[in-house]
Every structure is written in structure tokens, then in C-alpha cells.
Design a protein around this ligand. Structure first.
Ligand code: SF4
Ligand code: SF4
Length: 230
């Protein structure tokens, strides 16, 4: 749902000022899935159009703006199960959960797109080398623009600290040993469900899909892009 969420941010940014705030982990995930470029389009810089990546205290200005009711809405998308748990229990230790917590305190609508919910059946994995297929031929190494593919014990592996999710390595491998964005089945834990129910009781709008974020914003009276423009 990260790619679709990024697309929605871009479409919304044509109609509204969009601030994008990443936790450190969220930023890494966006890089690995190759969607940072989309988020940079949504928040190219300028007043309230910043892209903030949380380092020490760097998320504070955004959180303070939420506390000052400067935003019409706060959207956390996608929200991992630990983010959902933290918001549900009032823990505010990063920019995403602090902004959400301030939204709840100050009566700003909060829309959440959970990544662990009964209706979410699959998720995508980052790029990876299937060890059993890799022959160690190294054909993939020179095509990687970031040097993320490293030889290890006669095969290669992808160092996700450097991967940008460009997927060039997939077609470079003659043995189909590299997979990017493979879908795997997921299911939420009982605790995830309990936390979601708790948030709904607190008045948080839970979106079941990225397009439901737009529906929630429309309900709030915010102009939203037409589906065709996403
Ligand atoms: S090109 Fe494929 S088989 Fe060759 S080293 Fe890379 S992943 Fe392994
Ligand atoms: S070529 Fe493969 S390993 Fe390198 S950045 Fe692109 S997706 Fe990641």
C-alpha cells in the first residue's frame, strides 16, 4: 500500500499543501520499495510542502504545527502494527505517532491506513536473492546503481541499507534468482485487531484501502482528486 499511498500524496499535492513526514524506519522502507521519488514530487519543498525525515528533533516543527491546528487533516499511511499500537496506547516517540497523538488531542481528523488488518491479505517483500537459484555468476553486480549487491560465500545478497528498489537486477539475472516486490500472505494478530477497534472507538477513521483515504477526506469536506488523475 506504500506505492498507492505515495500516488495519493502526489495527487493531493496538486490540490492542497501536503507535508510528508517520515520516521527514520519509514524513510528506509520507502527507499527500499523505490517510492521516495513519488514522495519528493508530493512535497517538493516550500511552505508546508516539506518532506521531513526524522532525525533528532527534526519532526518537532511538524508535530508543533499539528498541535497548533495548522493542518486540516493528519493521515498516517501506511501505518504498521507497532505504529497503530503506539497511537492506541498514547505512546508518542516518533514523528508519526506524535503527530497522530496531537491530532487526537486537538480535534484534527486522523485517518489511518493500517498495514495489518483483517482485510489485508498480502504484503510485498523487498528485493531479495533466492539463494537456491543463485549461481554466483555476478552478472547482477554491475547493473546495480547503488552497489547494494555484494558477493557472499560464492553467491550474492542484496544489502537493503543501499537498495533503492529500482529492480534493474531482476532482468540482469540469467537464472531468475532475484525477486522484487514478491507478494506473501499476511494476517493480523488478535492484538492488532484490538488496537484497531480501540482507535475506531477514539474516533480515528480507518481506511481499508488507499482509495478509502480519499473517501475519508471527501467526507471531511476536503476536495480530492478524481480517480483518473491518480
Ligand atoms: S546474476 Fe543471478 S545468479 Fe548471477 S550472481 Fe546475480 S543473482 Fe546470482
Ligand atoms: S539493482 Fe537491485 S539491488 Fe540494486 S538498487 Fe536496484 S533493486 Fe536494489
Amino acid at each position: 500500500m506504500l506505492r498507492e499511498s505515495a500516488g495519493i500524496s502526489v495527487a493531493l499535492s496538486r490540490l492542497h499543501r501536503v507535508t510528508v513526514a517520515f520516521t527514520r524506519a519509514g524513510f528506509e522502507v520507502a527507499r527500499v520499495f523505490g517510492v521516495l521519488g513519488l514522495y519528493r514530487l508530493a512535497a517538493p519543498g516550500g511552505y508546508y510542502r516539506e518532506l521531513v525525515v526524522e532525525e533528532y528533533a527534526s519532526g518537532l516543527p511538524v508535530v508543533n504545527r499539528v498541535a497548533s491546528r495548522r493542518y486540516d487533516v493528519v493521515v498516517v499511511a501506511p501505518a504498521s502494527s507497532d505504529t497503530v499500537a503506539k497511537i492506541a496506547h498514547g505512546i508518542a516517540d516518533n514523528v508519526a505517532v506524535s503527530a497522530a497523538s496531537q491530532a487526537l488531542k486537538n480535534g484534527i481528523p486522523l485517518v489511518l491506513l493500517p498495514s495489518d488488518a483483517p482485510w489485508v491479505k498480502t504484503t510485498e517483500l523487498p528485493c531479495r536473492v533466492r539463494g537456491e537459484r543463485c549461481t554466483g555468476c555476478r552478472a547482477c553486480i554491475p547493473v546495480c546503481p547503488t552497489g547494494a549487491i555484494v558477493p557472499v560465500e560464492g553467491r550474492v545478497r542484496i544489502d537493503l541499507r543501499y537498495c533503492t528498489g529500482c529492480a534493474r537486477c531482476v532482468s540482469a539475472c540469467p537464472f531468475s534468482a532475484i525477486r522484487c516486490f514478491e507478494r506473501v500472505a499476511v494476517s493480523p494478530s488478535p492484538l492488532d485487531l484490538e488496537n484497531l477497534e480501540r482507535l475506531e472507538r477514539l474516533g480515528v477513521r480507518i481506511a481499508r484501502s488507499p482509495s478509502e483515504i480519499l473517501a475519508a477526506l471527501e467526507e471531511l469536506g476536503l476536495c480530492t482528486p478524481r480517480q483518473g488523475s491518480l
